[in-house]
Design a protein around this ligand. Structure first.
Ligand code: G4P
Length: 213
């Protein structure tokens, strides 16, 4: 069956089936390997945040590429460090470059630099992020990709960078959204497309509840 585009997804039966199987696989990995740490932090270092399961990340990237296949994306944007792997996988699947925002100004950031301030709820501190204006321009349509979405502050900072560049925003794609922290839904309420491969709506020390998708 030939896929066709609507506003959001490529629709065909194989795709829908594949997406459901993939989301279940990711949820099972989170249930099997995730550990809840104090401060509403979900540790998934065994496959996403420190050790990277390359096959799973590749599949996540392919899923994100399918979700945004109809959006004429020209650049994938993320923030260092844990976002880079999944952003790379998505960009590779789309045949696009990936750009990452740096959290420190470095000597190889020269010329015009786009900046924004991000308040980290997890770390309770504000930091600046930097992207060279050479790499995101008004010709671009940008897909923002990150590993986690909590309060949404990192995404808001990246969205601001896209705006400062005069680029278009296709939307945001996330591996794991902590739905109970509200960041994703408040961005959706503003009309921004946010696609999360797994959304956790409830999290206790010994149980997780996923949002049906
Ligand atoms: P927000 O952007 O959604 O508001 O979240 P926040 O500032 O609190 O997130 C700060 C950092 O913590 C980010 O990484 C984010 O990816 C990560 N993070 C947030 N919640 C969780 C969680 O429950 N589990 C894990 N594993 N990570 C979480 P960072 O500090 O910038 O570090 P890194 O990207 O260099 O790893």
């Amino acid at each position: 069956m030939t896929p066709f585009c609507n506003n959001y997804n490529i629709i065909n039966v194989d795709y829908v089936l594949g997406e459901v199987i993939f989301i279940r696989t990711l949820e099972q990995r989170i249930l099997a390997e995730g550990r809840v740490l104090p401060g509403e932090v979900l540790k998934v270092g065994s496959f996403l945040n420190q050790q990277i399961d390359t096959r799973l990340i590749k599949e996540m990237g392919e899923e994100i590429a399918r979700l945004f296949a109809c959006n004429n994306v020209t650049k994938v944007l993320t923030i260092e460090s844990s976002g880079i792997a999944i952003a790379y996988a998505a960009a590779e699947a789309m045949g696009l470059p990936v750009v990452f925002a740096k959290k420190h100004s470095t000597s190889n950031l020269s010329g015009n630099v786009l900046t924004s301030k991000v308040f980290s709820y997890t770390h309770q501190q504000t930091y600046d992020i930097f992207v060279s204006a050479d790499y995101i321009t008004s010709d671009d349509t940008v897909l923002i990709v990150d590993d986690f979405l909590a309060k949404g502050n990192a995404l808001i900072g990246l969205i601001e960078i896209v705006g400062k560049a005069g680029a278009k925003l296709a939307g945001c794609a996330i591996a794991i959204e902590k739905g109970f922290q509200g960041g994703g839904d408040s961005l959706r309420a503003k009309g921004i497309r946010v696609e999360s491969l797994a959304i956790i709506d409830k999290m206790t020390d010994d149980s997780l509840e996923f949002r049906p998708q």
